[in-house]
Design a protein around this ligand. Structure first.
Ligand code: AMP
Length: 405
């Protein structure tokens, strides 16, 4: 199947072509047609499946011409060949004789749990919508609100937000949701994990009753299932891969290790994988800092990312990792959600996660889009029960390795 068979318009096809996306992923094949037909969608998909495009493309398709009544009306015909929507807008301001004063109102709202995910989704709208005039903005906490408010005041079609800042700006009167026609609740299970579910419950009644809703979640805990039933109207359920399925392209190795020996084991593995990008998971923020400090002291250049770091520090670390300036990142689970690097070769579980499904999310960071990947897992005596949970969930035994192996 190709993207054009999904009846995607030429400007979006061109953008996908620029990104060298040749075939739609499973979730895209299943979700895009139903979403474009206006149906509610319940997407059971984890990160790495291409779920962002599965909801972003139908939104861009729906609002790419729907904003004709707004300030760039009439100028669109002149846009043909304009390389990006920012340029197109600048052009419209200079030339459009039809420019009206009405401000664009938010037509699509996407709520996602972390700043990193929010930024990533916003980047996807930039990528997929670059030949359209859909205007989008992203808001999240931990940074000053004024630049975000200024952007909102200029008017946007699509708003991507984390729950706290969204409710805050609604409370201050900077955001009106009266015109929302599409609502996306992304990573719903993660919202629950992070304690945002109360915010979501508060937000839902503020949205217009008549709207299209798409909800994505890797897992379906009871509370999320309950919300989905009240939120979605006869949804089409689309599934990319069963929750516990672990990508076949990932080799999974296990090391039994005593806690004090973890650092030396980590260093020896990193030394063997000098050419790869490595993502190391630590259970705690303090632990991540400690690992990073030791590695840097041993002249292994790395950075730690976690919730105690400022937004700027996290973004810089992610950018350095993406550009290859830093090859090693030590992250906590929540901070790592925003990492989207195509050629991430190695994931190391320095500590085992408390929840078995988190293991699947973690190792799903590697082996993306058909690439191969390796996951190394360290397990102490105390962590053995967690390892059992993981093996039960994934129905796979990790290959046992020794330190020399
Ligand atoms: P997501 O699950 O939305 O976070 O996407 C995972 C990664 O897959 C991102 O880096 C996307 O840019 C990439 N991606 C999404 N759709 C496709 C596609 N059809 N072909 C190739 N890569 C894709």
């Amino acid at each position: 199947m190709t993207f054009s068979e999904l009846k995607i318009s030429e400007p979006v096809l061109r953008a996908l072509d620029d990104l060298q996306y040749s075939i739609p992923t499973v979730i895209q094949q299943k979700a895009i047609p139903v979403a474009m037909a206006g149906r509610d969608v319940l997407g059971l998909a984890q990160t790495g499946t291409g779920k962002t495009a599965a909801f972003a493309i139908p939104i861009i398709e729906r609002f790419k011409s729907g904003s004709a009544q707004y300030d760039d009306a009439g100028a669109r015909d002149n846009y043909a060949g304009t390389r990006n929507n920012a340029g197109a807008r600048a052009n419209s301001k200079r030339t459009s004789p039809f420019r009206k004063k009405e401000k664009r109102e938010i037509q699509a709202l996407i709520v996602t749990p972390t700043r990193e995910l929010a930024i990533q989704i916003d980047d996807s709208f930039t990528d997929y919508g670059k030949y359209t005039s859909v205007r989008h903005a992203v808001i999240f906490g931990g940074v000053k609100q004024n630049p975000q408010v200024r952007q909102l005041e200029r008017g946007v079609d699509v708003l991507i937000a984390t729950p706290g800042r969204l409710l805050d700006l609604i409370g201050q009167g900077f955001i009106k949701l009266d015109n929302v026609k599409v609502f996306v609740l992304d990573e719903a299970d993660r919202m629950l994990d992070m304690g945002f579910i109360h915010d979501i419950r508060k937000l839902l009644p503020m949205l217009p009753a008549k709207k299209q809703t798409m909800m994505f979640s890797a897992t379906m805990p009871k509370e999320i299932d309950t919300i989905s039933k009240s939120l979605l109207d006869r949804p089409v359920r689309v599934e990319a891969a069963p929750v516990a399925s672990v990508v076949d392209t990932i080799d999974q190795y296990l090391y039994y290790v005593e806690k004090p020996d973890k650092l030396e084991l980590l260093i020896s593995l990193i030394n063997k994988k000098r050419n790869d990008r490595v993502l190391v998971f630590s259970r705690t923020k303090h632990g991540a800092d400690k690992i990073a400090k030791t590695l840097n002291r041993r002249h292994i250049n790395c950075e730690a990312i976690h919730g105690n770091k400022s937004q700027n520090a996290r973004q810089t670390a992610l950018n350095n990792f993406k550009s290859g300036k830093t090859k090693i990142i030590i992250a906590t689970d929540i901070a790592a959600r925003g990492i989207d690097v195509q050629d991430l070769g190695v994931v190391i579980n320095y500590d085992l996660p408390d929840v078995a499904e988190t293991y699947v999310h973690r190792i799903g960071r590697t082996g993306r889009a058909g690439n191969t990947g390796v996951a190394f897992t360290f397990c102490t005596k105390e962590e053995k029960s967690m390892l059992n949970d993981i093996q039960k969930l994934t129905k796979k035994h990790l290959k046992l390795n020794t330190v020399q192996g």
